[in-house]
Design a protein around this ligand. Structure first.
Ligand SMILES: Cc1cc2nc3c(=O)[nH]c(=O)nc-3n(C[C@H](O)[C@H](O)[C@H](O)COP(=O)(O)OP(=O)(O)OC[C@H]3O[C@@H](n4cnc5c(N)ncnc54)[C@H](O)[C@@H]3O)c2cc1C
Length: 585
């Protein structure tokens, strides 16, 4: 490795999805564009935010009465009371402003005949504290995320934000509890770059690629949280991973909840609307964790379409009664996916679906301004921020409601960007020591010299199978403990992987190895946190502990990765508005 290239910025934002771009807009507005850099391993508009389909939730009340207070309550209840309640209040209140702000910035929302932003139903969103579904999801057909990303990216370009595209974060420089910059690998050249910064914001998105069947893009490998956990930063509530009920059978590609929002119905082999037995009030619009479990229960009871649980069985999502006009107008991409991947017209035939790993509720613990939490006592890092799916504020608790991630990006991305810009105005730049990139350089050299006969592809497949089968929708202590041990040995096996390609430019072998390392580290924290929580809550459903246990477990978990093991701690939940109740829908 030659000497790293050096850069200096006030604020460095890692990630160009919705969270990173919104933070960049705020930060560049306050401290000047040339003082803010966005680092992204992908070209910004390829970020996973662009794949978001169904909508962004806000109580605009455009179609029927709605209130932010109802939105906040639904969020808390949907998250099985593990949500920090003041944070949920901010999310719901600020969502309204956020949506109008996006509209003013040029986002082409779908409209009502009167020209207002149109809204549709989504799971767990209700009127008057659970009475009936409400139309809260604002949308741009089924391309909502795509439109958000395009809108924010063009605003950033207009504001002259400095973009470093195809730069991979490999290390965050932390001195005690102060963050002073990052180290990134330039994919086109293989060169290392050190960015000195007064503040760093991590917005690297999700990590669904640790599971075999997932809706997540290939790039969703959790790099930000993994790099931080290796630097001693704790990760919060990692045991809560959401399975979306409707992935395309055998592929995991997402069929948005918007299909059910528009009236789509889940049916078993007999054609029965089985959600009547699991959620009599909200039916197909119950929260995702409940529907994913209902599908698994139907399949296990032999009521899947194939009638054989041993055969990778599935259920049907019936949208035929919506008619081709509604499908083409409101769900054009979904209709296209069905034709492309299934050779099926959803106006004619039901869509075969299975649950798919979708969203990490846990992540880097932050306060309401995106500042990263360091310990159980509420100590903080200085100059280190996180926002978006990789962060845990926590507004999603044990189970996120649909449309609430896009709100989270805009609301908390903005708050973090704002706080960061105030912080950098009074902070001094600390130059990283000349040898700051040495550990990264040595690590890359070591990887290049590995000579064992393990194959990354096999390790990846084993990890995905372990997570899917032992830390999936239903979980058991013995299986999770086994998964922890096996993940530990897979981490060891990584030291015996030989890299075939040694070139500098776009070395995908090397990149994929780094990403696999990140997924393995996060999988280990996930499995250990899940084994440690001996109750069922939200997306964490244990067959050996089927009940929620507020007495012992109404607390956030914190996990530290230390010497290949996970040390666990806890953090209180903010219950300042609503008292926890049993969750009925
Ligand atoms: C198919 C699908 C549909 C969805 N639909 C909806 C929906 O309708 N409504 C909703 O609310 N939510 C939805 N979600 C969830 C939501 O889209 C995501 O949670 C959210 O977009 C994540 O945004 P983000 O800004 O945190 O990260 P992302 O948009 O994933 O962006 C991550 C960024 O980090 C960068 N990055 C990652 N690692 C590195 C690294 N090592 N170095 C440098 N850069 C790095 C990437 O280049 C990228 O720019 C959906 C998710 C999926 C997968």
């Amino acid at each position: 490795m030659g000497r790293p290239l050096k850069h200096e910025f006030d604020a460095v934002i890692v990630g160009a999805g919705g969270a990173g771009l919104y933070a960049a807009l705020e930060s560049s507005r306050a401290s000047g564009a040339n003082r803010t850099a966005v680092i992204s391993k992908l070209l910004p508009i390829r970020s996973h935010t662009g794949a978001a389909q169904g909508g962004i939730g806000a109580a605009l009340g455009n179609i029927e009465e709605d209130k932010p207070e109802w939105h906040a309550f639904d969020t808390v209840k949907g998250g099985d009371y593990l949500v920090d309640q003041q944070a949920a209040g901010i999310l719901a209140d600020d969502a309204v402003r956020a949506v109008y702000d996006l509209e003013k910035r040029g986002l082409p929302f779908s409209r009502t005949p009167e020209g207002k932003i149109d809204q549709r139903r989504f799971g767990g969103h209700t009127r008057n504290f659970g009475e009936a579904p409400v139309r809260r999801a604002c949308y741009a057909a089924d391309r909502t995320g795509h439109m958000i990303l395009q809108t924010l990216y063009q605003q950033c370009i207009k504001n002259d934000v400095s973009f470093f595209d195809e730069f991979q974060l490999v290390d965050v420089l932390i001195d005690g509890r102060k963050c002073i910059g990052i180290v990134a690998l330039e994919l086109a050249t293989g060169a290392l770059h050190v960015f000195d910064a007064k503040a760093v914001l991590i917005a690297t998105g999700g990590f669904g690629r640790m599971f075999r069947t997932t809706s997540n893009a290939y790039a969703n490998t959790g790099d930000g949280p993994a790099v931080l956990t290796r630097r001693g930063v704790p990760l919060q509530d990692m045991e809560f991973f959401q399975f979306h009920p409707t992935g395309i059978r055998g592929m995991g590609i997402l069929i948005t909840e918007g299909v059910r929002g528009e009236g789509g119905i889940l049916r078993n082999a007999k054609g029965d609307r089985f959600m009547e037995h699991y959620a009599p009030t909200l039916l197909d619009l119950a929260p995702r964790d409940m529907i994913a479990r209902a599908i698994v229960t139907e399949i296990r009871s032999g009521r899947g379409v194939l009638g054989d649980p041993a055969k990778d069985d599935y259920v049907h999502l019936d949208a035929t009664h919506l008619g081709s006009e509604v499908l083409e107008k409101k769900l054009p991409d979904i209709s296209d996916f069905c034709r492309t991947y299934l050779n099926l017209d959803p106006a004619q035939k039901p869509i075969p679906v299975q649950p798919t790993a979708h969203y990490g509720m846990g992540g880097i613990p932050t306060d309401l301004d995106g500042r990263v939490v360091a310990d159980e006592q509420g100590g903080m890092y200085e100059g280190l921020y996180a926002a978006g799916e990789c962060a845990c504020v926590s507004v999603h608790g044990a189970n996120r409601l649909g449309t609430n991630s896009l709100v989270d990006l805009i609301v908390f991305g903005r708050r973090a960007g704002r706080h960061m810009s105030e912080f950098v105005n009074q902070a001094d730049l600390v130059a990283a020591p000349a040898d700051a990139a040495d550990p990264t350089g040595q690590m890359l050299d070591r990887l290049g010299k590995q000579r064992g006969d393990e194959q990354a592809e096999k390790i990846r497949a084993s990890m995905k199978a372990l997570m899917m089968d032992s830390v999936g929708i239903y979980r058991r202590g013995d299986e999770m403990a086994g998964a922890v041990r096996e993940l530990q040995s897979l981490r060891q096996a990584m030291k015996q992987v030989r890299i075939g390609d040694m070139s500098k430019a776009y070395n995908m072998d090397l990149l994929e190895l780094l990403e696999l390392q990140n997924l393995l580290d996060l999988a280990l924290v996930t499995a250990a946190s899940a084994d440690n929580r001996k109750e069922s809550r939200g997306a964490h459903a244990r067959e050996d502990f089927p009940d929620r246990n507020d007495g012992e477990y109404l607390k956030h978990s914190l996990g530290w990765l230390e010497d290949g093991s996970v040390r666990l701690g806890a953090k209180p939940v903010d219950l300042s508005i609503w008292e926890p109740k049993p969750r009925e829908y």
